[in-house]
Ligand binder design. Structure first.
Ligand code: HAM
Length: 428
């Protein structure tokens, strides 16, 4: 029997693992959507795959996604290379440019949620197909938007009920600041090149800053010994002023955060603001979500300058955090009426009646004839408020037997009476 690819999951209500239970998933996406729509962001859906260049140029040649070949690349019939999206930001910037959103009132604030694909090694909270809620504010380079994005992200977590959050805010500076910092790190790490992990040796050439984010223990030991100065000490005056303004705005908004002077993010497009939100359930090396500013990304994709800032929230990781904090997920509604056919002929009667009532109330039917006792058991299991029996004697009299499950009261109703019972507000 064929099975799902390891690192991918089916999401359905009874799923064994909490992050893949559909009501948990829906609770996260609908809460995020309410918060983001309530702040004026508009929903966008970009394709699940794009030309490979969108992501290669977008996330950058030194990101793990490219270096570790985590992208799922496919070839279309014309021989063009396509990639399943390893993150949504580059695709949203591509869409902004393609649809001329630059002439809209700025900033243009967009959000989406959906599947993301990265060929990473599977472990707790790390999958090959996972899901993100993503928010982007495009068209303005103002620290106000960075502060707003962080505040919105934190409010999504808080609205969900999460408490044990830590917002770590840093700055990766402007490109010229990073050049100076990378030069400093290269000189510092060069003598240890042979001791570094293979990935970090590649990073030493291309983007030494990413060594600091290495998951290898050996690399972390070397980093601990060398104690490199943090990025924040290398900020130029403009990036520094921008960072300080974000901090001031966050303080005014009452969003708790701590400054992480060595913040490194996994994608290459970031400039200035970069942040992550951490939670005790996921461990220090991984985040519940992260974001930052990417003012040069549009140009990397061949577009005009379009500043932007945004974040991505890992939906499965949020689910793990909700489980750890024991936060109750809103229960799905149960049926108002369970219609039980007692014989073959009543099956279609039950379905006709259900379809007539469904615009007004939530109706389920028993699909196979059952004894009244078994039908009652099924209705109770489903948490229905009423059970309606349709059998031979009901057919002969043109009625339905209706039982209120809580009180046990039983009546026979004609179709018109039944319809009027469910008119107006839901009966108790
Ligand atoms: P990211 O930090 O690569 O940023 O991913 C955002 C979040 O997605 C992570 O914090 C984590 O919660 C979740 N995540 C990442 N990889 C995995 C995985 N393999 N399995 C499960 N969850 C995962 C971005 O993707 C940027 N596009 C965020 C952004 C938007 N920056 C600006 N705008």
């Amino acid at each position: 029997m064929l099975k799902a690819v390891p690192g991918t999951s089916d999401i359905f209500p009874q799923a064994k693992d909490y992050p893949f239970r559909e009501p948990v998933f829906r609770y996260i996406t609908t809460t995020a959507e309410e918060v983001l729509r309530g702040a004026g962001a508009q929903m966008v859906h970009t394709p699940i795959f794009e030309y490979l260049e969108v992501f290669q140029k977008g996330v950058g040649l030194t990101s793990d996604i490219v270096v570790k070949k985590e992208m799922y690349v496919l070839e279309d019939r014309g021989g063009r290379l396509l990639a399943l999206r390893p993150e949504p930001t580059a695709a949203i910037v591509r869409a902004y440019n393609e649809h001329g959103m630059k002439v809209w009132p700025q900033p243009v604030r967009l959000f989406t949620w959906g599947p993301i694909f990265r060929g990473e090694r599977q472990q707790k909270g790390r999958y090959k197909q996972f899901h993100q809620v993503d928010y982007e504010a495009l068209g303005l380079s103002d620290p106000l938007l960075d502060a707003e994005a962080i505040a919105l992200m934190v409010r999504i977590y808080k609205t969900l009920g999460l408490k044990n959050l830590e917002v770590k805010l840093g700055s990766v500076g402007d490109p010229e600041d990073r050049l100076r910092y990378n030069q400093y790190l290269r000189t510092l790490f060069e003598p240890y090149a042979q001791a570094l992990s293979e990935d970090s040796r590649v990073r030493l050439e291309a983007n030494p800053m990413r060594i600091l984010d290495s998951k290898s223990e050996r690399d972390q030991q070397i980093i601990a010994e060398l104690q490199p100065k943090p990025m924040l000490e290398f900020l130029g005056p403009e990036a520094r002023a921008f960072h300080e303004q974000v901090c001031r705005y966050l303080a005014e908004l009452g969003v708790p955060f701590s400054v992480d002077p060595s913040m490194v993010r996994g994608l290459d497009y970031y400039v200035r603001t970069a942040w992550e939100v951490h939670h005790t359930s996921i461990g220090a090396k991984s985040a519940l979500g992260g974001g930052g500013r990417y003012d040069g990304l549009s140009e990397m994709l061949g577009g005009p300058p379009v500043p932007g800032v945004g974040f991505g929230i890992g939906i499965e990781r949020v689910a793990i955090a909700l489980q750890e904090e024991g936060i109750p997920i809103p229960a799905d509604p149960s049926p108002t009426l369970y219609l039980a056919p007692l014989d073959e002929a009543a099956k279609i009667e039950a379905l006709v009646l259900a379809e007539q009532l469904r615009p007004k109330i939530y109706v389920e039917i028993g699909y196979a004839p059952k004894s009244p006792r078994k039908a009652l058991e099924d209705a109770l299991k489903k948490g229905a408020r009423y059970v309606g029996f349709l059998g031979e004697s009901e057919r002969a009299r043109g009625v339905i037997t209706l039982k209120h499950l809580e009180s046990g009261e039983q009546t026979t109703l004609e179709p018109l009476q039944l319809h009027s019972l469910f008119e107006g507000p839901e009966p108790k």
